[in-house]
Design a protein around this ligand. Structure first.
Ligand code: NAD
Length: 322
């Protein structure tokens, strides 16, 4: 499952090696091997070093510093933490970031006015609107107003359409991060059966779309499951690649996973002051061939792909000028 260059970790539950049944092998012929951790944090660090170099090269060539404008409306503490993490990540790779903080009572018209100004500002290359927005503001209206060339979250319908057609301008950060984790861990995507649980616009739908595209980072046979899927287990058990983006803590149990499968856990759930994923890690790592942890899995990769998209947006803006 893992490529030769990938970091190999031993996952040991209570000091024992993980038992892994090779697909297609009779249960009695099982053998012990260590499950692989798909380490998003390590990959994110590596990719951020490369982004920092690319940012320096871009700035050296053009005299322009890539610039991300982040918009935060209201006082949601979790959103404030997310935005702060994104700002810190920008600073570390040499991307300028500016935070626009608006009060919780901000009207839709006021927010649209700010987005309009950021769209016009040629020194701003990427615009990030932190979700959720207060209830008096219709999220779709705001996201549709972001310039398609500055849409580093890839939420605008034009950018979504380009993804569907297999000619993306930007890829949405979380699905982009998941795809990179699979590629860099040497997971065979092409020809595999990928099951995506969750049909959100942010994760499930775009990820499924990306995995069916032609090319080695795609070519999967994809099944999308959701809250109305009947007999979920009967589908997940056939997944070579299982991706959980549900928002239910430790929902995926060992008996829902095909032995040897690659499991990516997108979920972030707070349980008793601890962050846990949608996958019951302790159980599932005894069955899966590879598994991403929470924290330290998809989360750091999401921010990394935002940095990459901001540099892409800055590059696009230069192309528009020259
Ligand atoms: P969402 O609430 O928009 O979507 C959840 C999906 O799960 C829905 O499509 C729903 O149909 C499906 N679902 C709910 N209950 C189900 C069930 N019993 N069986 C099958 N499907 C079911 O959530 P989202 O924005 O896609 O996020 C999903 C999770 O991923 C959340 O925990 C969120 O915090 C996390 N997330 C993490 C990152 C990251 O960077 N790591 C980014 C985005 C979201």
């Amino acid at each position: 499952m893992a490529n030769a260059g990938a970091t190999r970790y031993e996952v040991r539950g209570a000091g024992r090696a993980i038992r892994w049944f090779s697909p297609g092998i009779n249960d009695r012929d099982h053998f012990d091997v260590t499950a692989h951790i798909i380490d998003g944090k390590a990959l994110a660090d590596k990719m951020r070093s490369k982004i920092a170099k690319d940012v320096a090269d871009f700035s050296g060539d053009t005299g322009v510093t890539p610039h991300l404008a982040a918009v935060l409306v209201g006082d949601d503490p979790a959103s404030a933490v997310y935005v702060r993490n994104k700002e810190r990540a920008c600073a570390k790779v040499g991307i300028q970031s500016t935070l626009h903080r608006l009060p919780a009572e901000t009207t839709q018209a006021e927010l649209l006015e700010l987005i309009g100004r950021l769209n016009q500002d040629s020194s701003v290359h990427g615009i990030l609107v932190q979700l959720p927005l207060p209830k008096q503001i219709r999220e779709k209206t705001i996201l549709d107003a972001v310039s398609v060339l500055k849409d580093v979250d890839a939420f605008h319908p034009e950018n979504v359409g380009l993804i569907v057609q297999g000619r993306p301008r930007f890829l949405p950060c979380t699905p982009y991060g998941v795809q990179q984790m699979l590629i860099h861990h040497g997971v065979q995507i092409s020809g595999s059966h990928a099951v995506v649980i969750g049909r959100s616009e942010i994760v499930g739908k775009p990820l499924a779309n990306m995995l069916i595209q032609k090319g080695e980072a795609g070519n999967a046979t994809v099944t999308i499951c959701h809250s109305r899927t009947r007999d979920l287990k009967s589908i997940t058990r056939h997944a070579d690649i299982l991706i959980a983006a549900i928002g239910l803590p430790r929902f995926i149990k060992a008996d829902m996973v095909k032995p040897g499968a690659a499991v990516i856990d997108v979920g972030i759930n707070r349980v008793e002051e601890k962050l846990v994923g949608d996958v019951d890690f302790d159980q599932v790592c005894e069955v899966a061939g590879a598994i991403s942890p929470v924290p330290g899995g998809v989360g750091p990769m999401t921010i990394t792909m935002l940095l990459r998209n901001t540099l892409t947006a800055a590059t696009l803006s230069r192309k528009a000028v020259t």
